[in-house]
Write a protein that binds this ligand. Structure first.
Ligand code: NDP
Length: 416
């Protein structure tokens, strides 16, 4: 009987846990472990009130301390760990998994606390250790990263002989009624959107699949934050401004999708969000440099994230839909082809189902599906892998069954 340890009890974890509990045949026994055990208890209570057959236990863990994670793993003895806390803990939890012989999944790539660097090389460097231990590590299994890579693998398998251009578009048409709030971890969100934009272009358009960890035969083109803007009409949402950003799946797609010429990522932001962010940046509130305050060191961004609304509290207030899609261009049977795949997700429907808004939902559901793929033996191979390195078909089937159905458009509007 499978046992799953879920670390973290925030917005994403709450959704993943509810979804695990709705799939008790695959998740008969789970343990929720996080820093604030009361949050684990609250999620457990809600899941039990819905009548789940999954056995649920809770534990307190400090995921910044490898020995404490090892302690919890040894006490609960899971065969899979879903890490749904914060990216700073990725390497610590991977180390704890290696020390105890347990496979691993996360939803965001490792970044050091003191520098906003979103790079996979730290985690890819664990490939041989996981391979030699016969363990699987599934990296970045949320929506973006996560589903975006499953879709890329699916497009390559079923619709293209070669994919040349990938444009990922993440549109949130939801409104929570606050002048400024982030839909997931404020600290991670602000670090991400205030970083420079970047997209990837192949050198001489001759990219061949790179060796794991050896980097990519291409180059990154850097832009200022929010420098590149397009307006696009998103199905079921309407017209929105989208901005070019760096996003972590670009790095692994550039390595794993052969013949790729360019990969870009865009996200929509409303004017109120951007104005507030600019103001917070201008006064130094988004800085990750520690400062002295009342005799102690504080990080302005960490302080800011404490005064902003908790993403988990946005559920009842958020109305509207998300729309996340990928525009692919490439070659099929010698002819140019374009293909768009997307999902729309209604904030209020998510709230009715699991008590969370759609951003947590669109991340928590794929995390549960990734764990399900592992438990069913479908995504189980020794080593450290990104989502496009597994068979996309069983995952795509579960997206339709578990609340994130996808739609296709074979004549999409192009971006210049
Ligand atoms: P939250 O901030 O809502 O939740 C984080 C949880 O982790 C909290 O319960 C927190 O505990 C717990 N935690 C933090 N530090 C520790 C620690 N040292 N030890 C134990 N527990 C800890 O974040 P989200 O749920 O919104 O996001 C979770 C993850 O999902 C993040 O890594 C985020 O980047 C990622 N994400 C991925 C997306 C994707 O599409 N791939 C999209 C959105 C998010 P406490 O309750 O005590 O604060």
């Amino acid at each position: 009987m499978s046992k799953t340890l879920i670390i973290g009890a925030g917005g994403v974890a709450a959704v993943a846990i509810h979804k695990c509990c709705m799939n008790s045949d695959v998740f008969p026994d789970i343990c929720i472990a996080s820093r604030t055990v009361a949050k684990c208890e609250a999620i457990k209570k809600e899941a039990l009130a819905k009548g789940t057959k999954t056995k649920i236990s809770t534990a307190s863990v400090n995921a910044d301390d490898v020995n404490d994670v090892i302690r919890v793993i040894n006490e609960y003895k899971p065969d899979f760990v879903m890490h749904l806390a914060l990216p700073y803990q990725d390497l610590i939890i991977m180390d704890a998994c290696l020390a105890t012989g347990v496979s691993y999944l996360d939803t965001a790539n490792y970044e050091p606390l003191d520098s906003a660097k979103f790079e996979y090389h730290w985690q890819w460097a664990y490939h041989d250790k996981f391979k030699n231990a016969g363990l699987t590590a599934i990296l970045g299994c949320g929506f973006d990263p996560g589903v975006t890579q499953v879709w890329s693998a699916y497009a390559l398998k079923h619709h293209f002989d070669e994919i040349h251009y990938i444009d990922i578009m993440d549109c949130n048409g939801g409104d929570h009624g606050y002048p400024f709030a982030t839909n997931f971890s404020p600290e991670i969100n602000i670090r991400e959107v205030s970083a420079n934009g970047r997209y990837w272009e192949a050198d001489g358009y001759s990219n061949k699949k790179g060796e794991k960890g050896n980097g990519t035969p291409g180059k990154w083109i850097e832009t200022k934050p929010m420098e590149v803007k397009y307006t696009r009409n998103f199905a079921e949402v309407g017209e929105k401004d989208m901005y070019l950003m760096y996003h972590e799946e670009l790095e692994s797609l550039a390595k794993n999708i052969p013949n790729l010429k360019r990969a870009r990522f865009f996200m929509t932001f409303g004017q109120s969000y951007l104005t507030h962010l600019k103001c917070l940046e201008n006064v130094g509130m988004t800085s990750i440099e520690p400062i002295e305050f009342n005799g102690q060191q504080i990080v302005p961004l960490q302080f800011l994230s404490k005064v902003l609304p908790d993403p988990a509290s946005l559920g009842p207030r958020t109305k509207g839909k998300t729309h996340i899609g990928i525009l692919f261009q490439g070659i099929k049977d010698g002819k140019p082809k374009k293909y768009y795949i997307y999902n729309t997700c209604d904030h209020q429907e998510c709230y009715k189902e699991v008590g969370s808004q759609a951003i947590s939902y669109t991340t928590g559901v794929p995390a549960m599906i990734g764990a399900m793929m592992y438990h069913k033996g479908l995504w189980k191979k020794p080593g450290v892998f990104n989502c496009e390195e597994f068979d996309p078909d069983p995952f795509m089937e579960q997206l339709n069954k578990q609340g994130l159905p996808w739609k296709e458009d074979f004549n999409p509007e192009l971006i210049d």
